[in-house]
Write a protein that binds this ligand. Structure first.
Ligand SMILES: [Zn+2]
Ligand SMILES: [Zn+2]
Length: 221
């Protein structure tokens, strides 16, 4: 089996890690969390000869969806987000709070609302949606061939903020414990920001070194 195509770049005012993930055989692919700089993202897809089918958002925070509309037009692709975040960020008071928190426009409604356990077929790839609420109500991770795209749920050595609207640290830790830590240890963790010592990690390493895992989860009686 040919190696899956994965490219990572940091874009936009809040330095979001945006990913291109594609099937090596069909060159069909997705963009995960386009955080701005649509032209750079588009050029990256062009370099790999990838046809983008879906624009996937790990959650609805403004910095992770910034280039959604621009790329949707450019690629003629469909935008996708978990149903809970699509609903949450449609609420007027949340849009206002979010605009203040980020100084950026909140997301437009997406084309496809995702749910836990859903599988998106992209060429020969199967991309599984794992609902991991906590950072936002509809945060998800995307799992494809041993690669886990975690958005702001799990960073290298850290977790996402839980002081923003709709967030809960307790819920986030439960998501980590029940849905991410049981994954195979060698699963590669690709986070939504480069906040750690390295731009990617593994579940094994996070179980050993991430203080939120070691202090709050593995310490539980
Ligand atoms: Zn976020
Ligand atoms: Zn973020």
């Amino acid at each position: 089996m040919e190696k899956i195509i994965i490219r990572q770049i940091s874009v936009g005012p809040l330095e979001v890690l945006t990913y291109l993930v594609a099937c090596p055989r069909t060159k069909e692919g997705v963009i995960i969390d386009p955080g701005g700089e649509a032209e750079r993202i588009s050029a990256m897809a062009g370099e790999e000869g990838v046809k983008v089918k879906y624009i996937l958002n790990t959650h609805g925070h403004a910095d992770h969806v910034l280039a959604n509309e621009r790329l949707k037009t450019l690629f003629k692709a469909q935008t996708c987000m978990h149903e809970d975040d699509d609903r949450f960020f449609a609420r007027e008071e949340i849009r206002e709070a979010s605009a203040k928190e980020f100084g950026l426009l909140p997301p437009e409604p997406v084309d496809i609302r995702l749910h836990h356990g859903q599988v998106l077929e992209v060429g020969d790839l199967e991309i599984e949606v794992i609902h991991t609420p906590g950072h936002t109500p509809g945060s998800v991770c995307f799992l494809v061939r041993g690669n886990l795209f975690t958005g702001d749920t799990l960073f290298v050595g850290d977790v996402g903020r839980t002081d923003l609207a709709g967030a809960s640290l307790e819920t986030l830790l439960k998501s980590l414990e029940e849905r991410l830590l049981p994954l195979p240890k060698e699963t590669v963790v690709w986070p939504g920001h480069d906040y750690g010592e390295t731009p990617a990690s593994t579940i094994a390493r996070e179980m050993e070194e991430n203080p939120y895992v070691t202090d709050f989860i593995l310490d539980l009686p």
